[in-house]
Design a protein around this ligand. Structure first.
Ligand SMILES: Cc1cc2nc3c(=O)[nH]c(=O)nc-3n(C[C@H](O)[C@H](O)[C@H](O)COP(=O)(O)OP(=O)(O)OC[C@H]3O[C@@H](n4cnc5c(N)ncnc54)[C@H](O)[C@@H]3O)c2cc1C
Length: 416
């Protein structure tokens, strides 16, 4: 929808096909520091989101361990001063309300919206000719953007695009709690005493009096608990109950109606064709802990739309320009996924340096490079390749250090 808004504003006629999949609760509530600028570009500046009650301020991320100790990750004050002038606040959003508002902006901007589901993609070689919906409508267009999300991945499946997976299948279980007060930040909860692969809990105040609380765990772990007879409610309660913060709120909620989703972080390559591009999670799914999913989707929307706008009078996208778009999407997603898997989720580095330091080792490069990307906005061949190289260096460093830690056995692993 964001891509449609950008395209219509540049004078193109756009049809946005939206499946409106029933019974799905949208996620993506804790935004990183690059999201506000991208939201403003579709007509949603931070102050409007706050004033209209769609968002709350996010000033930091806190990691809280089961023993009650906490570490705060806060963007450095110096970033807010010249010459950087980085906005030190970002947002938590109510996704139902945000999606509805973006939908409204799309309609006001004259995006035509078809509430239907694409079931078929007709192609000739690498070109997309038409898409057909469940209701039998066939739609032809000179240009297509696939933003169908991680489950559908319409064009990656049609063209069997190469893909890399990161980490195991994961399951998220989440619900919303009413509270009397909340903090202006996202809190992550985890065990501190060297577990194997990490599971964690998020606390996101989507309104001053409403918390989104979610538990994320490898799918295999949930499967084992389900096989042993636990219901989703049991699992959720038990996992939250490890942290003192949730014991009281849990007592006051006799029945939890939790949302459940499963996903796998993955990154597709070659996400372009002569007349199409893939954007958002259909192209690459980054782990929720990175808080980069919404930024990535809005960024792809803006960059994919800019490419189509620039080359609208040609019959096809220039190969190099589309390939650079694909590289940027892929390089950033690989950087985030590789960093979070190797430094935080998996045990070797985390156990060797401790979870709090591992948090710094991940957040400092991740937040800085995400910010640098927003500042320099690589779009040409040189800037895209240079940025890719920079991200690749960090990925290689993480992989190398991971291998060393794994080889030398982290102290906690060795202890038992
Ligand atoms: C558990 C979890 C927690 C997350 N937490 C965060 C977070 O805190 N912060 C963050 O930034 N990101 C987070 N994310 C990621 C974030 O939700 C997504 O990256 C973000 O919503 C952007 O997704 P998207 O627009 O690409 O896809 P989606 O939001 O999945 O949208 C895809 C759209 O395509 C439509 N569609 C699907 N199939 C078809 C079809 N066949 N025809 C027509 N339409 C179709 C769907 O109806 C939907 O509207 C989280 C993800 C998960 C799974």
């Amino acid at each position: 929808m964001a891509a449609s808004i950008h395209l219509v504003r540049a004078g193109l006629r756009v049809l946005c096909i939206e499946a409106d999949i029933p019974d799905t609760q949208p996620v993506g509530e804790s935004l990183d520091w690059s999201a506000p600028e991208l939201l403003a570009a579709v007509g949603l500046p931070m102050q409007r989101l706050i004033d209209e009650g769609l968002a709350t301020w996010k000033r930091h991320v806190t990691l809280r361990l089961a023993d009650g100790s906490a570490t705060h990750y806060i963007p450095g004050e110096w970033l807010g001063q010249p010459p950087f002038n980085v906005e030190l606040r970002t947002l938590h959003v109510d996704r139902v309300q945000l999606n509805a508002t973006v939908h409204e902006i799309a309609l006001q901007t004259s995006v035509r919206i078809l509430h239907d589901r694409v079931t078929e993609v007709e192609n000739r070689g690498r070109a997309v000719i038409s898409v057909t919906t469940a209701n039998g409508t066939r739609i032809t267009s000179p240009w297509f953007i696939d933003a169908s999300g991680a489950s559908a991945r319409l064009f990656p499946r049609t063209f069997n695009l190469p893909v890399s997976d990161y980490g195991p299948h994961k399951v998220a279980i989440w619900t919303y709690f009413a509270v009397s007060e909340s903090v202006e930040g996202t809190t992550l909860y985890a065990e501190g005493d060297c577990p194997g692969y990490m599971d964690w809990v998020w606390e996101i105040p989507i309104h001053p009096d409403t918390l989104s609380i979610g538990y994320v765990s490898p799918g295999e772990h949930i499967k084992a608990l389900r096989s042993a007879g636990s219901t989703t409610d049991d699992i959720f309660r038990t996992q939250l109950g490890r942290f003192p913060r949730f014991r009281e709120p849990l007592k006051s909620v006799p029945e939890i109606s939790a949302n459940v989703t499963s996903y796998r972080c993955r990154v597709h390559r070659h996400i372009f064709g002569p007349n199409w591009l893939v954007a958002g999670e259909a192209a690459a799914m980054v782990d929720p802990m990175t808080s980069n999913g919404v930024t990535a989707a809005l960024r792809h929307a803006s960059e994919a739309a800019a490419l189509i706008i620039k080359y609208r009078n040609r019959s096809r996208l220039p190969w190099l320009a589309a390939a650079m778009y694909s590289r940027r999407v892929q390089d950033l997603a690989r950087f985030f996924n590789c960093g979070i898997e190797k430094v935080i989720y998996d045990a070797p580095i985390r156990n060797r340096i401790g979870i709090k330091t591992a948090g710094d080792v991940y957040t400092i490069p991740a937040w800085s490079l995400n910010n640098v990307y927003s500042r320099i906005r690589p779009s040409g061949v040189v800037s895209s390749l240079f940025f890719g190289l920079l991200l690749g260096l960090f990925r290689t460093a993480a992989t190398f250090y991971y291998a060393i830690c794994k080889h030398e056995h982290a102290p906690c692993e060795a202890a038992g």
